[in-house]
Design a protein around this ligand. Structure first.
Ligand code: DUC
Ligand code: ZN
Ligand code: ZN
Length: 474
């Protein structure tokens, strides 16, 4: 039975993955208990939240973050404390972060390390995926126990980064076979890493050391090739659920769409950076000799503005060939971390921060006519929750679901700047963006943690969410 303080969110428009309807939402304690016709609740409540003129939506679910991840000779600059607080400011109430297991490391120990990082520090609820940096008999056995006992049902493999996280095709096939048996989803960083390494060495030998060459040495064809191979391996492994992370290239999307048209359990995400930023304007910022572009070095890389990647990705989001928008939040400060790659682009720590601005940036896609309002909620909240086994606890405002709710003012504006953001990073990849729409109030499990620019969340409020198997399979 649900007990606790009663909160009524009234006079707002409830936006779900199926539409927008004027609805009042009754919360008891941490849980939504009823959806009501506007003005129809005649009993006492402890708190009334007036959402007049605003959307009421399920809190954002960002299924791709890297808090305090050791990577590229340094560590991602947001901790669970700073990164989840920033997420809350931006209307995200659940993240799924990546535990890192490296070759030879015991998977269960890696998991303990991540629990220790997050417990008592996270402002919002969180789950974990497991990066398998070393596929061997032990880590394959551990997959079964993580699925059965630890609420971890998705495993990320890398076709990139030889010598770091890279798995060869045989290792990938073995992990996929295991996932076919235990029901897990395989998440794939799809880039042909050994071919990329050749192009990188050739570029450096030519003296092409600027950040822009990070992009040109990771061509779209090598993303598409890897997607193609991952699809083939998942098929050979018996139809393993495959989720391709951070899709950036039209050619990769095309392969995914073709396979989906056949009915395969192939899914994919993209991230706001691929929808808004480009190789020329951002990775190439400042022209020859400039290091400014290091701010935008991430993998997969930003793509050329002269090709239709961004338009194709928006279309993919409309057609569900791209099911999810995540951030791949992996922040490194410009001053003391990105500098590792000055004079050698291959040493720039790969990643950028974005956990705070995903909801606003995708809402701008609604304003600009790329997406419907319901598709915004679907790609940023409902589908990520379903894809990774958290629905209906997360991703929906329904009786029985956690009262993770965002009240969003579509008429307000958001100006993105490093001077005002809450992420622990000294620049913003989206500096100066003026967006229509703004997060007004955020509830996490019934508690107001943000209201009209005042943050009242606390580290340790967030709880671990054990996840079930994907609920998005066909
Ligand atoms: N891939 C990710 O998904 N995150 C950070 C770096 C990378 O290559
Ligand atoms: Zn990746
Ligand atoms: Zn990532």
């Amino acid at each position: 039975m649900t007990t606790g303080r009663r909160t009524l969110v009234e006079n707002g428009t409830l936006v779900s993955s199926t539409g927008a309807v004027r609805t009042d939402v009754l919360i008891e304690g941490e849980t939504v208990v009823a959806l009501l016709a506007p003005g129809s609740f005649a009993f006492e409540v402890d708190t009334r939240i007036d959402a007049t003129g605003c959307y009421v939506l399920p809190g954002g679910v960002d299924v791709h973050t890297h808090m305090e991840m050791p990577f590229g000779g340094t560590e991602a600059s947001d901790t669970f404390a700073t990164g989840t607080r920033a997420a809350a400011w931006g209307g995200t109430t659940t993240i799924v972060d990546f535990v890192v297991q490296r070759t030879g490391e015991v998977v269960e120990r890696a998991l303990e390390t991540w629990h220790a990082k997050a417990a008592g520090n996270s402002a919002i609820d969180y789950g974990f995926h497991m990066i398998l940096g070393g596929v061997d008999d032990d880590s394959l056995t551990a997959m079964d126990s993580l699925v059965a006992h630890e609420g971890i049902t998705s495993f990320k493999l890398f076709m990139a980064y030889p010598g770091v996280f890279y798995s060869d095709d045989g290792q990938i096939l073995r992990a996929m076979q295991r996932a076919t048996d235990n029901g897990a989803t395989i998440m794939m960083h799809a880039e042909n890493g050994t071919a990329i390494d050749v192009l990188v060495q050739q570029a450096l030998a030519r003296g092409d050391t600027d950040p822009v060459f990070h992009g040109t040495t990771r061509p779209a064809a090598l993303e598409a090739e890897a997607v193609n191979r991952a699809i083939a391996l998942a098929d050979v492994a018996g139809g393993t659920p495959l989720y391709v992370v951070h899709v950036s290239a039209s050619q990769a999307l095309e392969r995914i769409a073709t396979e989906r048209a056949k009915g395969a359990n192939v899914f994919a995400e993209t991230c706001p950076q691929y929808l808004y930023l480009t190789l020329e304007d951002h990775l190439g910022a400042g022209g020859p000799g400039s290091f400014e572009g290091a701010k935008y070095a991430c993998s997969t890389p930003l793509r050329s503005r002269h090709e239709p990647h961004a338009a194709d990705l928006w279309r993919g989001l409309r057609t569900d060939d791209l099911a999810v928008v995540s951030t791949d939040h992996c922040p490194f400060c410009f001053k003391d971390q990105k500098q590792l790659g000055r004079g050698d682009f291959s040493k720039i720590p790969n990643g950028m921060g974005g956990v705070e601005h995903r909801m606003d940036l995708v809402h701008q896609g609604v304003v600009d006519g790329h997406l419907s309002l319901q598709r915004w909620v679907e790609t940023c909240s409902t589908t990520p929750a379903r894809m990774f086994g958290m629905y209906p606890r997360k991703g929906t405002v329904s009786p029985g679901s956690d009262a993770d709710i965002v009240i969003y003012d579509p008429a307000a504006t958001t100006r993105i700047s490093a001077e005002t953001h809450h992420m622990n990073i000294d620049y913003s990849a989206f500096e100066g963006f003026e967006l229509t729409g703004s997060v007004r109030t955020v509830l996490s499990r019934g508690a107001v943690i943000l209201d009209r620019g005042t943050y009242s969340g606390s580290p340790g409020h967030g709880r671990f969410v054990p996840r079930g198997l994907s609920q998005y399979l066909r």
